[in-house]
Structures are given as C-alpha cells and as structure tokens.
Design a protein around this ligand. Sequence first.
Ligand code: ZN
Length: 881
Amino acid sequence: MRTNQPKTIYLSEYKVPAYLVDSVDLRFELFDDGARVHSTLSVRRNPESADVSAPLTLDGDSLKLEHVALNGEELAASAYEDTGDQLVISKVPAGFELTVVTWIEPHNNTRLEGLYKSSGMFCTQCEAQGFRCITYFPDRPDVMARYRTRIEADKSTCPVLLSNGNDVDRGDLDNGRHFVTWEDPFPKPSYLFALVAGDLVEKQDTFTTCSGRDIDLRIYVEPRNAAKCEHAMDSLKRSMRWDEEAYGREYDLDIFMIVAVDDFNMGAMENKGLNIFNSSCVLASQETATDLAFQRIEAIVAHEYFHNWSGNRVTCRDWFQLSLKEGFTVFRDSTFSADVGSPTVKRIEDVTLLRTAQFAEDAGPMAHPVRPASYMEITNFYTLTIYEKGAEVVRMIHTLLGPDLFRKGSDLYFERHDGQAVTTDDFVKAMEDASGRDLTQFRLWYEQAGTPVLTVSDAYDAERGIYRLTIQQSVPDTPGQTDKKPQHIPFALGLLGADGEALPLSLESTADDESAPTERVLELTEASHTFEFHGLTQKPVPSLLRHFSAPVRVVYPWTREQLIFLMSHDPDGFNRWDAGQRLAVDVIQSLVGSPDFEVDPRLVDAYRALLSDSALDQALVAKMLQLPSEAYLIELSESPDVAAIHRAREKVLAHLATSLRDELLACFHRNAGAGAYEVSPESIARRSLRNTALAWLLMINDDTGRDLAVQQLSDADNMTDRMGALRALVNSDYAAERSQALSDFYERFQDDPQVVEQWFSVQSSSDRAGQLPQIQALLKHPAFDWKNPNKIRSVVGVFAGQNLAAFHNPDGSGYSFLGDQVCRLDDSNPQIAARLVTPLTRWQKFAPAYSSLMRSALERIRDKTGLSADLYEVVHKSLEV
Ligand SMILES: [Zn+2]
C-alpha cells in the first residue's frame, strides 16, 4: 500500500533493457505455509544498450529474500541493495549466472497476482507484473528467456503439477512429496510464466495439426466439474483448426493445457501452453450454462488459444503496446465467432459493447489512445479502448487492404517478428510492406484518443440526377489532447431506391451506371469530403457506415420514415438492426421528461412486423426486438437524468408489450423447444425470441405470461430457458412468485458457484429485486465471498453497471454504497477495486443533481488512507478533469 503519488511511466522514456536473460531455471518448493523459489538466471549485458555501466536491477514485490549468489558465490549483504521493490547489484561482469532464493506466502495473497491459492490449489497470474511477486526478475515483456521449471509438492494434496512447455522429468521425493520438471523451448517474457499445483482431474483429447503432429489436449478442473469440459474442448479444437485455415498458424508444443480456477481477477490468461481460466469462462453444461455463456466460452477459449501466435510467439515490447496483442487477438476471435455462428449477430453484439461502453470510456476522464503515452498502474489499462477499439482498428486495416492483402500482411508480421517483442508500429509496417498501401495517416488511430464524429448531409439534384453526400469529420478533445488531426476512415455505404432496390454507385458521370457496385467503401482522410453519385433518377435513402465499418459516431438527420424503410429493406443486416435502434432511441428520447405520453404508432407497427416476419433471419429478429439499453441511452444523452430515461424506456416497453400482447404470446408458442437442446444459431435465436416475449409479457403483469414463466421455470431442460423464466419473474410485480422462484432456484443450484453467480446477477440487475437494501442483504448471504472476484462482480459490479435506476438513486445512496465497497476492497484486491469504481468516474456527464453526489463519493475514496496506486490513478484522474 502506498500513500504517496505513484510514479507516471512514459512511452517516450522507453529504453532497451541493460541486461538480457537467456535462460531461467526455477525450482518451486510448495508447502502449506508458503513457498520457496530458487531461481537461477543466465544473464548478459545487452549489446544494444548504451548504458554500459548500468547496475543489474531486478523487480520484486512482497518477497522475502533468503539468498543471492553470483556465479555460485554467495553475495555479501553489502554487495547488493534490496529496496523492497528492487534488487540492485552494482558490480556485475558482462555475463554471469545469478541465483536468488525467495520465500513467498501464496495462502496470504489476496491480490491474486503472482502465485496464490484458490480453493486449495496453487496457481499464478503474472500479466502484467505478477512475476515480480514470485522472484526478483527484470519483469518487462522485452526480456525473453527460455524457462525450465521444477515443481515439488506434497503428492496427496497436489497430485497434479503443471507449468509451461513440455513435461520432461518426474519422480518421487522423501516425505510423501514428488516433483515434475517442465521445459519450454520457446523464449517468452515473464508475464507468460504459469504454474498450477493441486488436486485436479483432467479431460483428455487429441488434435492432429495440419502438418500431421498429434497434440495432447488437456483441461484440468476440480473433480466436481469433470462433466463440464466438453464444450471448452470442442471450442479449442475448432479454434486450432480455424487458426490453421484462416491464418496459417500451427500449434507448436506437444501439449496444450487449460486449467479452471475459481478465484481469478480476469477472464482467462494465455500463458504459453498452460492457459489459466476463470471457471466461469470454461465450465459449461446444458443444465448450468446459458447460451450466452456457451458462446462466451467458445470466444474466450479461441481468444486465449490465438494468443499463442499473436501475443506469445510475437509479443509486446512494452505495456504501451498492449493492443498489439489484444486488439489483434480480439479481431481474430471475433472473426472466428462470426465464422462459426451468425456474422450479423456477432457484429451487432460487438458494436453494442463498443458504442455503449467504449464510447463512454473515450468520452470520459480515463480516455486514452489505443497506444497510450503514459500510465501509473498498467492494470488500469486493460480497457475497452485497448481491446475493443484496438480490434476495430485492425478490422479497418482489413477493410482497407481486403482479405488477401491482409493475410499477406499478417503472414509477413508473424514471419518477420517471430520470437521478438515488438510495437504496434511494427504491425502496421508489415501490413504496409505486404500491401504497398501507405498507412501513415491511419496510424493516428493508435495515437489520438476520442471517438471521431462524422456529420453527414446530403442533397439531390433531380435535374442532373446527382446525389451529393458531404461528410465532415472531427475528433473531440480528450484529457491532454486537443486540436486533433483528421483520421483515415473507411466508410462503407449503399443507396436504396423507393422499392428498396440497391442503386448503382457511380462516382463519375461517364461511368457505366449499370455495372457500378451497389456498395462502396469511401476513404475519408480530410476534415470534409463531398461525394457525387451520378445517374440517379430518384432521391435515394442512404445506408451509411454499413457493417459499422469504423468506430465513429454518425450524425445524420434521419426521418422516422427513412428508419422504418431501412429496418425492412436494407440489404445489410447490421444496418437494419441499427435503423431499428435509432428509431427506438428517437422515440424514447422524445418522451424523456415529457408530461404527455404517446408512443409513435409507427414504432408499434414496426415491431409488429418484426414479430410476425418468419422469413427474416430469426437471430436478427431476436436482436432487433431488444430495445436500446439504459446505458446506451445515457451514453447518447447530454447531461442525462437517469430516472427520467428509465421511466421513458419502461413506458415504451410497456406500451409495446400491451399493444403486441397477442403477437408476443404467438411468438412464445411458435418458438417453444423442439427436439434436443443444441447450441446452434437457429436454436439460440428461438430461445432468445421466446424469452424476450416472456419478459415483455411479465413486464405488463400479464397473468398468462406469469403462468407460462412459472411453468417454464420448473420444466426447462436447459439454463437459458430456466434463467429466462427466472429473470422475467424477478423483473415483474408478482412479488410472491418472484421470491418463490428465487428460493427454489437457489435450493436447486446452491452447490454450483457459477450458477450462484448468475443467481446473484439476476437480482442485482433488477430494479424490482435489486434496490439497495436487497443488495446489502446479498452481501451478507452465505454464498457471498469477499475474496472471490466473480461474486463481487455479480453483486456490486452488476448493481452499479446494470441496475442504473437503483444505482443512480437521487438520494446518492447508491454512490456511497459503491464508494464503501471500493474502499473495503482496495486493501485486499486493488485491481478489482479500481475496476469497480468506473461508474463513479463518469460523474461529469450526468445532470448536476447526480454529478455533485458522484463527485463527493469519489472524494471520499480519494481521502482514504493508504490508497493503492491502482485506485489513486483512476480517482485522481477522474477528479482532475
Ligand atoms: Zn487477450
């Protein structure tokens, strides 16, 4: 814990490491009351470092130093300095062997960084800077070494001993102990080191690579979870095949392992050959996991696997380059999910997250470029900007180059930089070299924060048959950045005629109109562009930014007629959905704070048409029926009044449900389960439609809907339908049924932590069951655990992030509550505390009555004694703006 201002680290101050480490020999002695770590490094001066007299400086955190030796000779205490977070040895030869022995206490490690214990199992999390909590080391990603790891532990409590690479030696020791030695032939940075020791069972399978090598695949879980690994294993095999086919990337070790861990700060971690997963991101069965969880697991397994090349074989030079591996890998996993599922639905889901949460981050006090220029605490930069916007930036390169040149670029990148630690600029350079395209201006996407705004206007010249489109771009100011330059933006569009026909897009009057394409990607590079489309005999309806071809806001004066037209005619499924969202946003916004209340009947008609359109892709219909979320409506508003937005949205929802009651009942019955449960886009869409219909009916307290929900809750053969019924009941006014449903559900699933997390979330996200006194009661529930990040997220995180009307209670009680929990957590797990505080950091956005209360909650956190560096950075930056 620190009370002083943490140090700011700048990209501009990057220096190559003064020393390199060629190999790391580790020996772990694991005991109940601690662990002894013997580390022998083979070190040499870096010939590329200008600092030829630099001392050897190793990072450390919470270590008890027992022994230091240089070339086998123990060093006297006067020969080195142990400052607590650094071990400095001033006199060292040009090449030498350094041995360090440290003592650590995994069972007391509540930060869950480095080596810690989770339900009796030893496990590690080293990204970004956890390795320094295990032993003294130059803990930075550009120091890549070969690791050999010997683990020794009690054979009965830790029968399974795992680390990176291939298993090369094992045997028994005295006193009921045993050992296993692992050797990783690929040089890697310390953040990819992993160790697991515990009582685990394995699910085993084999994958034959494109060159015919057999890979041993293993998923390790606690014995009670043995039956829940099949989906993750299938997902892994699909991912391995896909990466061979789509990117030409073959797996490189003899074995690939996944371990499920209950207490984990993140979702999952791509350690070389030994991925460690949050249990909630790997375990699934029809009875315990929803469709959403199945899809999420598949995407995360793929993401971590894909890192083997985009992250591990080619890694980041420094943490400012985090998006090099994350943006590219999110793009890769998102393309994979689109390929194995519904591409339009996947795009809608990605864009929903981006527009709701990343745009908010980009407009808030923590706004930063995809490649930040500075940070205090790197764990605060595992953000939507680095991941999701970073992926959009790679997607735009894909759009600009086309699939073939993009693949040529990625091949060149992997070939040129295999075994190296590189920068986002190296990635773009490979794309340029392979394609011959100049991406100089495009690089601004990595340097400038903020979401560009495109203001579009148009005019039709009937006499000459010309449609003129003017697009102006501006990038808003963000903390520390003003007067930004125009960015290079791919802008996909089409034009539709009165009957919905796709019109040819001729940019020149002489062109043969008939052969012109009906969709184009315009490249915007200036502050303003005007495009002329020739040969048009009628004023078209523009379909702008198709597929969401760039992460920007588009401002265009849509009429409701145009939006309704696009909802049913746009050949781009994404823009159909988007038109529906824009229409619903427009209707809801017009009712916010308005005393009279009349919902535009055209919205009801549009939804009626959707509910009965069985020709349209039902997965798309299911998405189109979801009204824009409160979070998105808030994001779109200036100075939002949360209670007024909540009321307007609820009223529109109730009005739609009342007007469409018969259609909803028909939709529910039409989509009743048919045949065995399967996780295919069609059956997911069916369950989604059915549960949306149920939720809407319960929203208006319809007794038939209530009976259907109670029935479904008891009869369901899968968690999606069971959870759909529970959620509908919890969000209704049927108080007796709600509490009965909640207690029956808990009774049935209380021994399954991942289901209990869902049970917490369904309550904390509900404005009926999740008011503050009920949230406080959940914190005292026997299943709640302050040491488990998933439980904290499912109650405190969901309440503040999803139950917006309750969190933004005008009396400020939600804010003080969050402040109290954040302060409490800061002492045990600062990383989680700094993440949970995010909703308060947006205080400036809200109407004055809210923002002053949010600000004072933040100030109370700021004044806590012993504030961690994590929280210090977030709280101070949000108060400084
Ligand atoms: Zn990742």
